[in-house]
Design a protein around this ligand. Structure first.
Ligand code: NAD
Length: 321
């Protein structure tokens, strides 16, 4: 069995490899070759922590395993990040555990790759201005990955506490792009692609501010009750997701469904667009929306690439079970 430590991950995988791994597993899910098992997430009654498992199996790539971990809100007092997780990969032929892989960076990279895959397949080809709503830990990863998908010339951003936007500004300016901190109204008026990546429990982005033709990428809502955009925006948009079962329960779609403004049958798996069985965007004026809920198979797909790279580069330690 191999151990791949958290500190080694950054050198073991590129954004391009993450994109390909996530795109392929979304395609497998839509072909019904890969499926996610029911998610477990529990408040454990200790240090206010949320702990759980995300797992699944991809018959095409033979990725089998789970990501375990969660959210420890007081970790900063110990100099640790609040989200902590670890991936366990198993040999699909024998059931033996084949690797334990640090999953904190992988979580950020696979989440950014999902947004990037949606932009690659759904945004207008002439998209030039990218809007980011939120400026927490995930936002920079989202910005870097999405910028690769279109020849963007400008980034506009909004955060509840505007001082946090400096980190996003640096990423944009380092790439020679124009950057502007804006109001949400201005962000909607300018953006061709909007990524929302907040922990909000009430709509931040309203339907009225989003112009026709925009691709909206909702990445923050991954729990029952969270909400980033108004339900009428979800109702207006052609809506895509990583997994319909999660979109309607813990994703952005949960609210539009509860109001009867969208039906489950109207929500399309992004894998169908990747596989060419759904056309994706059907007009330049259509608003498209990707509800990225985050599935275990994304973690496993990226961890498999990391493991191969770690073995090749001598960064994995082999231990006897
Ligand atoms: P973070 O705590 O570092 O940042 C949170 C961000 O949300 C900040 O910009 C904050 O200002 C903003 N925010 C919080 N409450 C808000 C409110 N009421 N209105 C407006 N803005 C608000 O978190 P992060 O690590 O950047 O993660 C952001 C979100 O993404 C979290 O909700 C997290 O659970 C989710 N997430 C989703 C996936 C996925 O696969 N979909 C993966 C990882 C994280």
């Amino acid at each position: 069995m191999y151990l791949v430590p958290e500190r080694a991950i950054a050198e073991l995988i590129s954004a391009r490899d993450c994109f390909t791994a996530v795109e392929q597993v979304f395609a497998s899910m839509a072909r019904r070759s890969a499926y996610n098992f029911p998610v477990i997430r529990e408040a454990i009654g200790h240090r206010d922590a949320l702990y759980g498992f995300k797992s699944g199996f991809d018959r095409d790539s033979l990725a089998l395993g789970l990501k375990s971990g969660g959210y420890w809100p007081h970790n900063h007092e110990r100099g640790l990040i609040n989200h902590q997780s670890t991936i366990f990969l198993f040999d699909a032929d024998t059931g033996k555990c084949k690797a334990v892989v640090g999953a904190n960076l992988i979580t950020a990279l696979r989440t950014a790759a999902a947004a990037a895959v949606s932009v690659a397949h759904l945004a207008r080809k002439d998209a030039r201005t990218l809007g980011i709503v939120g400026a927490g830990h995930q936002a920079g990863f989202q910005l870097r990955a999405v910028l690769e998908q279109r020849p963007f010339g400008k980034v506009v951003a909004w955060n509840r506490t505007p001082d946090k936007l400096a980190a996003l500004e640096k990423i944009a300016v380092d790439r020679g792009l124009e950057f502007q901190a804006v109001s949400l109204e201005e962000l909607g008026a300018q953006s061709d692609v909007i990524v929302t990546i907040t922990s909000s429990f009430a709509p931040v982005l309203e339907n009225a501010v989003v112009k026709d033709g925009t691709h909206v990428v909702c990445m923050g809502t991954d729990t029952k009750g969270k909400q980033e955009v108004s339900a009428d925006l979800v109702a207006r948009a052609a809506t895509f997701t990583d997994e319909v079962a999660q979109a309607v329960t813990i994703g952005e779609c949960q609210h539009a469904l509860a109001l009867g403004a969208k039906t489950e049958a109207e929500i399309i798996e992004i894998g169908a667009v990747i596989n060419g069985t759904h056309p994706g965007r059907t007009s330049e004026r259509e608003v498209t929306l990707f509800d990225g809920t985050g599935v275990g198979l994304q973690d496993l797909a990226v961890a498999e690439v990391v493991l191969r790279s770690a073995i090749e580069k001598g960064a994995a330690t082999e231990v006897e079970m």
